[in-house]
Design a protein around this ligand. Sequence first.
Ligand code: MUC
Ligand code: MG
Length: 373
Amino acid sequence: MGPIINDINCLIVDIPTIRPHKLSVATMGAQSMVLVRIQASDGVEGIGEATTIGGLNYGGESPESIKTNIDAYFRPLLLGKPANRLAELRQLVCKNIKDNHFAKSAIETALYDAQAKRLGVSVSDLFGGRVHDSIPVAWTLASGDTQFDIAEAQKMLDLRRHNIFKLKIGLRSPKEDLKHIASIKNALGDDIGIRVDINQGWTETQAVRYLQALADVGIELVEQPIHYKNLAGMARLTALGRVPIMADEALRGPQDGFRLAADHCANVFAIKIEQAGGLQAARDLISIAEAADISLYGGTMLEGSVSTIAAAHLFSTIGNLEWGSEMFGPLLLKDEILKTPLDYSDFSLKLPTGPGLGIELDEEKLAFYTRKF
Ligand code: MUC
Ligand code: MG
């Protein structure tokens, strides 16, 4: 008989950010990560993570709801089930639990970590193996202060950590945002790629009015400018062809991806393993994009190291990750819960070579940052 799932433990880990992180939906001073640890009868442990932005500011799942739902629904459903039958487990979970994509992703990541460790391979091997050993990583400038952002970007360039930047806009008026973008663009020069993420902060009318201005100041990509449900609007903005449009919040799994591709709602898909519903769902989404000639980008929910590296394993298997990634979440945090932090150098994130996710938790740090109820 194969290994069975013996236990599932779920904790919330709170770590402050290095500076306030300002999005159109929230200002973050800390990140709350839900860590899932799954123990199997063969002694193998798998780790997964579910992390969202600003409690319920970004979407329908919060750290607290994720933990409650894992403890109350996922755990009893999965205890005693075969730990190595990943496709069967995914079907069981999807049949019995609707939505809850972030929680599903944490559970599935832990199962993949354990299964890869069991087989002595890395998680990327379970998705066909790496095409890349490292992934380009953009940094998000979101302090809310133009001069601070410029200094931060210069520092990242000097450190050779990031040479692509994403600006969070949509909190201020479009005119103020345009001034902010132009100052940063002028300071950094033409060779540095700059994108913006509006996080649904604009109406379609504002987007019609200001997309050309964004293109004129040198913005290369515009992420989720309008409400995630306004797919017809996304299609109209994409058809304008003023600047490439990337879908983020609108992509909550393969079915959304299929609809967006069929209706030409975006030029680029931001792939997030949590928003998609897990590694396998994200892989399905990637295949839909590839079939539709939609470009790919590795997106983040500002996850900590566990989910960041899980996503990176999957992204390393993509032939053409045309727009790179933004897997910088751990760098936004004041401290790290891994024994060996992830390797960010030469403007990219290096994939670890060890089995599973290739990471190890620092139990003391974890205990220190774990929320005590
Ligand atoms: C998002 O909407 O893409 C990614 C980078 C960042 O600063 O926030 C996230 C979420
Ligand atoms: Mg986004």
